[in-house]
Design a protein around this ligand. Structure first.
Ligand SMILES: NC(=O)c1ccc[n+]([C@@H]2O[C@H](COP(=O)([O-])OP(=O)(O)OC[C@H]3O[C@@H](n4cnc5c(N)ncnc54)[C@H](O)[C@@H]3O)[C@@H](O)[C@H]2O)c1
Ligand SMILES: [Zn+2]
Length: 370
């Protein structure tokens, strides 16, 4: 089985992302080779621990890497101050030092939480990401954003803290619920839609192989990591270009908020899928992008089984005014103008900083069901 390597180029903090089958079983070797003498704390959740933790611990043991394990309940609620304290105390109780490492074995929730803990314990420990959801492999494990939620909102407390290594085992995705895999795929498609039209065309022809596993899956994840790594290398702290990664997220976040973050109704990637379709349709309404391109995006999302219109969300939605208020909450409104990621077509997204909220409102009214 071949392993692909993608470098995230950040000067002396440059690190590798390894992508391929069997990397959990090879983790001990990779970590011992790159971080000699390191001891580790593995942070994981119960869903991931059951099928994958023993393999990781055995691999570390076999390569002389001592480990301690901190297991948390699954779900977004785990990105909390309580869980952070549990992780920090666990790391300190194991007497790990600054040169030792925290390993995040899990989806984006575990990656964000463990990454944050590694960024603050002893003013910053080493960190290894072992993402186990598709979303985490193509998005959250790359780029160094870490953090937890506050009562005031999602991801409001955290630090930028880059890992030393990312190990994305494509086989662990076989235990991921299908709905989570599909939701993560929305972020894969996003990279094609931002600035990789050839990648999007390849996805249209090969998505079934990606879902099935094997070489196409590895290639799709590697290309997504390359896309994100490029943007992060250009704009690590999101002062400019990195905002392009928010394609589909302005509408998506508003829909997540409007459905009360009820994952039964809508998970993040599904919100992003609908958001991307809306961003193309909205761009077409503003005469920035052709309707053909908007229809092409909708057709692909529909083909893979992702929701792509607001009426695909079960249960009712608030009216257009209320949705606009959620959008305005998500993005800072400057004198009636909003920042959106819009597009000139497939693979031609751009940052638009002056979208009149009246246009957004009219568009929402046209597209809300009923
Ligand atoms: N840091 C960033 O740049 C960044 C980017 C995007 C998203 N995020 C964050 O990522 C989080 C979402 O990540 P997510 O979608 O991975 O959610 P998640 O971590 O909650 O994982 C989704 C579900 O799948 C389970 N799971 C994960 N891997 C599994 C596996 N291999 N087998 C069986 N079950 C498995 C989890 O236990 C959970 O129930 C959000 O908190 C979001 O804010 C961060
Ligand atoms: Zn996202």
């Amino acid at each position: 089985m071949s392993i692909e390597t993608v470098a995230v180029r950040l000067g002396d903090r440059t690190y590798d992302i390894l992508i391929g089958a069997g990397l959990v079983a090879r983790a001990g070797e990779e970590i011992a080779g790159r971080l000699p003498g390191v001891r580790v704390a593995i942070v994981t959740d119960t869903n991931v621990a059951a099928p994958h933790l023993a393999r990781l611990v055995a691999s570390l043991d076999g390569n002389g890497v001592a480990s301690t394990v901190i297991t948390l309940p699954p779900g977004e609620k785990t990105k909390s101050f309580d869980a952070l304290q549990q992780v920090v105390d666990g790391i300190l109780a194991a007497r790990l030092e600054r040169g030792d490492a925290v390993i995040a074995l899990g989806g984006g929730v575990i990656g964000d939480l463990a990454g944050f803990a590694s960024g603050i314990v002893r003013r910053g420990m080493r960190f290894v990401q072992m993402p186990t959801s598709l979303l985490a492999q193509v998005d959250s494990s790359v780029g160094g954003k870490t953090g937890i939620n506050s009562a005031h909102g999602k991801n409001l407390v955290g630090v930028f803290h880059q890992p030393q290594l990312v190990l994305a085992d494509t086989e662990v995705l076989n235990t991921l619920p299908e709905r989570e895999f599909r939701a993560g795929y929305a972020e894969v498609a996003k990279y094609g839609l931002i600035d990789r039209p050839d990648f999007f065309a390849w996805l249209e022809g090969n998505w079934q192989e990606i879902f099935a596993g094997g070489a196409a899956r590895t290639r799709a994840i590697a290309e997504s990591c390359r896309a994100k790594a490029d943007v992060v290398a250009r704009d690590e702290y999101e002062t400019g270009d990195r905002a392009l990664l928010n394609l589909g997220h302005t509408f998506g976040h508003a829909l997540e908020a409007a459905t009360g973050y009820d994952s039964g109704r809508l998970v993040h990637g599904e919100g992003v899928a609908i958001g991307m379709a809306l961003a193309h349709r909205f761009s077409s309404r503003l005469n920035l992008c052709s309707m053909d391109d908007a229809l092409r995006v909708e057709a692909h999302l529909n083909a893979v089984g992702l929701p792509w219109r607001m009426s695909d969300i079960p249960g009712g939605l608030p009216d257009a005014e209320r949705l606009l208020a959620y959008i305005a909450q998500d993005k800072k409104v400057t004198r009636g103008a909003l920042t959106f990621i819009l597009t000139h077509g497939v693979g031609k997204a751009f940052i638009a900083r002056d979208v009149p909220s009246s246009e957004v409102l009219a568009f929402l009214k046209e597209n809300l069901p009923g």
